[in-house]
Each structure stands twice: as structure tokens, then as C-alpha cells.
Design a binder for this molecule. Structure first.
Ligand SMILES: Cc1cc2nc3c(=O)[nH]c(=O)nc-3n(C[C@H](O)[C@H](O)[C@H](O)COP(=O)(O)OP(=O)(O)OC[C@H]3O[C@@H](n4cnc5c(N)ncnc54)[C@H](O)[C@@H]3O)c2cc1C
Length: 276
């Protein structure tokens, strides 16, 4: 996977289970040396271009488990099979990668392609969530900075009523504010990445930096569109694309609400809301 010879997608989200992961209903039933998988995933990034997916399935029905997060397993399943149908989803942005709905119709997966122990999949999944949040936060920073750079340049170049629009504080201050917010988010991202690399607990830091960076990036992109006036709406200036890309970071891999929920529950010790 690391050297790019094997392409692996990530299949967790379903039509009726996004933030509520334990509600997934894609089933894997053991049959001899194989699992038989049936169900439907949505939003699987690059599924049509990947050989395999790391697939979250239910191996024990919800009604039979003590905790809702029990009975879930991770399989390394084939995507390029007649038992798998893949349909691209039309979307707002992120057109560099295809997002797919994927239907599994009795796909057979060798039991040797079970990751770790059966029923422990949710725990393995959690291990990957912090780095994913830190990574997406870093991505958001890049988009925010690109948008801000374009906005600043346009504010210097665009002349209205005989002067560059950037002399107006109503243009300059929001851009300065976005610069400050992006910089603060960057420090939080670096702090989270440093902790994760050092093997320290990073849940608080990963959620916090994802939340800060996603908001800072979207705000910067929105201000870049505003600074460009009507041209902000034209594809030619790219800022509408940054706006669409930055919007995604507030939704995925987890919505902003879920990042706040983590901080409220795990850091501030407030009563649990999600997964009650
Ligand atoms: C471009 C893109 C790529 C993606 N790639 C992948 C991928 O490769 N693999 C994969 O498995 N998934 C992928 N996803 C899915 C993504 O992880 C989910 O969309 C995300 O987890 C949210 O789930 P949902 O859409 O079902 O939202 P829902 O769970 O339906 O929630 C809807 C909204 O309600 C809010 N909400 C719910 N409960 C509460 C509450 N108690 N209080 C306040 N707010 C609440 C949520 O925060 C959210 O904003 C991708 C999504 C997108 C858009």
C-alpha cells in the first residue's frame, strides 16, 4: 500500500450510518474459510480505482452484542469483482477524487483477510481516526492559505474608485483576521502531529486542530470569494474552488459537531451525547 502498488479504499459510511458508526448493517457471515459480505457503502473515496477496501462490517448482529461497538470487524475486501457494483456520486467539489456508492452482493472474502480479531473492528478503526483528523486539518490549512494568498494579491491589484480595494479596512481586516486564525490553527496542527508522532495521546489535539483548521480555512476561502467580488464566482480565479474544497473539511472525515462532541465529552467531562 505504501509504495502505491496496491490501492486500498476505506469503507465505513453507509446510507443510514455516518457519524453513528455502530448502526452499520453491512453483514459478513462466516462460511467455512470465507466471509460472505452483503450491504451498501456510500462516499467510498476512489473505490472505482482501488483494488481493495478496508471494509467495516457487522459480524455479529446489533441485537446480539453487549455494547453497540462490539461485533464489528474489518476485512480487506476485493472491489474489482462481479459481486461488487460501484457508482460515482455527483458532488459539490473534491473532483480530483471520485466518491462512490458501493454495493456488495454476496462477495466472498477469505477469512485470512480479516484484520486482527473478529468483533474488534471498531477498536482498530479508532486507531486510524486521529491521524486522519490531523491530516485533514493540514489539508485545510493548505487550502485556506492558498485562498488567502489569492485574496491578498487581488486586494492589492484590483482598483475601484481610483485605489486598490485593499486600502479599505473592511477588506484588509477580515484578511488579517483569517491570517491570524490560520496561523493559530497551524500551531494546533503541528502540536497534534508532534504528539501523535511521539506516541502520546492525541485525541484532544487531533479533534481540536481539525475543528480550528476547517473553520479557519472555510472562512479564508469565503473571504477570498468576497474580496474578488463577482469574479469570485468565476471558475477562472480558482477561489470558488477553494471555497468548495474548504467546505468539505467541515463535514468529513467527521463533521465539526462530532469534533466538538469529543472535546465536550472527553476533555471537559460533560455528559455523553453521541452513542448514548
Ligand atoms: C467527499 C467525501 C468523501 C468521503 N470519503 C469517505 C470514505 O472514503 N470512506 C467512508 O467511509 N466515508 C467517507 N465519507 C463519509 C463521511 O465520513 C461522512 O459523511 C461523515 O462521517 C458524516 O456522516 P453522515 O453524512 O452520515 O452524517 P449524519 O451522521 O447523517 O449527520 C448529519 C449531520 O447531523 C449532525 N449531527 C448528528 N447528530 C448530532 C447531534 N447529536 N448533535 C449535533 N449535530 C448532530 C452531524 O454532525 C452532521 O452534520 C466521505 C464524505 C464525503 C462528503
Amino acid at each position: 500500500v505504501a509504495d502505491g502498488t496496491l490501492h486500498v479504499a476505506f469503507g465505513v459510511t453507509e446510507p443510514d450510518a455516518g457519524t453513528e458508526t455502530p448502526a452499520i448493517i453491512t453483514r459478513a457471515v462466516r462460511d467455512g474459510d470465507e466471509y460472505v459480505v452483503s450491504g451498501r457503502k456510500v462516499w467510498m473515496t476512489k473505490a472505482s480505482l482501488c483494488d481493495k477496501t478496508l471494509l467495516l462490517v457487522r459480524t455479529t448482529p446489533l441485537a446480539e452484542v453487549a455494547r453497540r461497538t462490539d461485533g464489528l470487524s474489518l476485512l480487506l475486501a476485493d472491489l474489482q469483482s462481479p459481486r461488487v457494483s460501484i457508482t460515482p456520486i455527483s458532488k459539490l467539489g473534491r473532483n480530483a477524487v471520485v466518491s462512490c456508492e458501493v454495493v456488495f452482493d454476496d462477495l466472498r472474502v477469505p477469512a485470512s483477510d480479516l484484520v486482527g480479531e473478529e468483533g474488534q473492528g471498531f477498536r482498530y478503526l479508532l486507531d486510524g481516526l486521529n491521524p486522519e483528523r490531523i491530516l485533514v486539518a493540514a489539508e485545510a490549512l493548505g487550502i485556506g492559505r492558498a485562498a488567502l494568498r489569492r485574496a491578498v494579491q487581488y486586494a492589492k491589484d484590483r482598483v475601484v474608485y481610483g485605489e486598490p480595494i485593499g486600502v479599505n479596512q473592511a477588506i484588509a481586516f477580515p484578511l488579517a483576521e483569517s491570517f491570524a486564525r490560520l496561523r493559530a490553527a497551524e500551531l494546533a496542527v503541528r502540536d497534534a502531529a508532534r504528539r501523535y508522532d511521539a506516541g502520546l495521546p492525541a485525541g484532544e489535539h487531533a479533534n481540536l486542530c481539525k475543528w480550528l483548521a476547517a473553520d479557519a480555512a472555510f472562512e479564508a476561502a469565503d473571504r477570498a470569494v468576497q474580496t474578488h467580488g463577482g469574479f469570485g464566482y468565476a471558475s477562472e480565479y480558482d477561489v470558488e474552488r477553494y471555497w468548495r474544497e474548504a467546505r468539505l473539511m467541515r463535514l468529513a472525515p467527521i463533521p465539526q459537531e462530532l469534533a466538538l462532541s469529543y472535546l465536550a465529552e472527553h476533555v471537559l467531562g460533560l455528559p455523553r451525547r453521541y452513542g448514548r
